[in-house]
Design a protein around this ligand. Structure first.
Ligand code: ZN
Length: 250
């Protein structure tokens, strides 16, 4: 039987039965796959700690005989990212990032860019600590990679630039709107500066997470804008987002 191998990021891991484990993992060229690891919790030799969520690994598997689940044979651990496991906020942000990738892009075939963006995001959480900026950068970049990036710098109705310092963001109309085109009470009121910051983030290298610092207003408005932009593309509420909100609210 042919054995496939690939570098992978473990997205989720679920204990099954006495000693087995089911994992969901992302690869650069095969996209998201689900795998069954027989006796994974007994066989330290074949899997060790490599099937923990957020781990960077090299996986070996055989294709499914039926259904969609591949059969995992072995795993080599490349990086467990222990740095992010010491901090509950980092764990919550990592879990959110993995679930967002799965929900937004999981059905698509291989996407090396998505893999690199998630790798860089998790590395950032493991080495630089936790930041809301990293979450916003990830959301923006995943929206763009999925082809859902909203209009930011121009009015999506009339195409004009913004003259004042406020604009409106309404995802159902394609993104930002000038005050003339926005209906009364429509969408989110946002600062033009926030829209500019979001647009600049999208022009930065997709794997760069270090060195971004946003002010309170940008964090607040940008976070609300991104949650509006993501909403229509998520088939269900993300469990990890609820957990993240609970952690952040203390
Ligand atoms: Zn307009």
């Amino acid at each position: 039987m042919r054995i496939h191998s690939s570098e992978a990021i473990i997205l989720r891991s679920l204990d099954y039965g006495e000693a087995d484990r089911i994992v969901s993992f992302l690869t650069p060229d095969h996209g998201r796959l689900k795998g069954f690891a027989r006796a994974a919790r007994k066989s330290r030799k074949r899997f060790g700690p490599a099937l923990e969520p957020f781990a960077q690994v090299c996986l070996y598997w055989s294709p499914p005989r039926s259904g969609e689940m591949v059969s995992l044979k072995e795993a080599d651990l490349l990086d467990l990212r222990t740095g992010l496991r010491r901090d509950l906020t980092a764990i919550a942000l990592a879990g959110y990032g993995c679930e967002l990738v799965e929900e937004l892009l999981g059905e698509l075939p291989g996407q090396p860019q998505v893999f690199e963006v998630l790798r860089a995001y998790l590395d950032h959480l493991a080495t630089q600590g936790t930041m809301q900026e990293a979450r916003m950068l990830l959301e923006l970049r995943l929206l763009a990679l999925a082809g859902y990036d909203p209009h930011l710098l121009h009015c999506s109705a009339c195409g004009g630039g913004f003259s004042g310092d406020r604009a409106v963001f309404a995802v159902e109309r394609g993104g930002s709107l000038c005050l003339d085109c926005a209906g009364a009470g429509e969408g989110l009121s946002v600062s033009v500066l926030t829209l500019g910051t979001m647009a600049r983030c999208l022009r930065s290298p997709a794997t760069l997470f270090a060195g971004f610092r946003f002010g309170e207003q940008t964090l607040h408005e940008g976070g609300a804008l991104l949650s509006q932009a993501l909403g229509p593309h998520l088939g269900r509420p993300l469990k990890s987002l609820q957990f993240l909100k609970e952690i952040l609210s203390g």
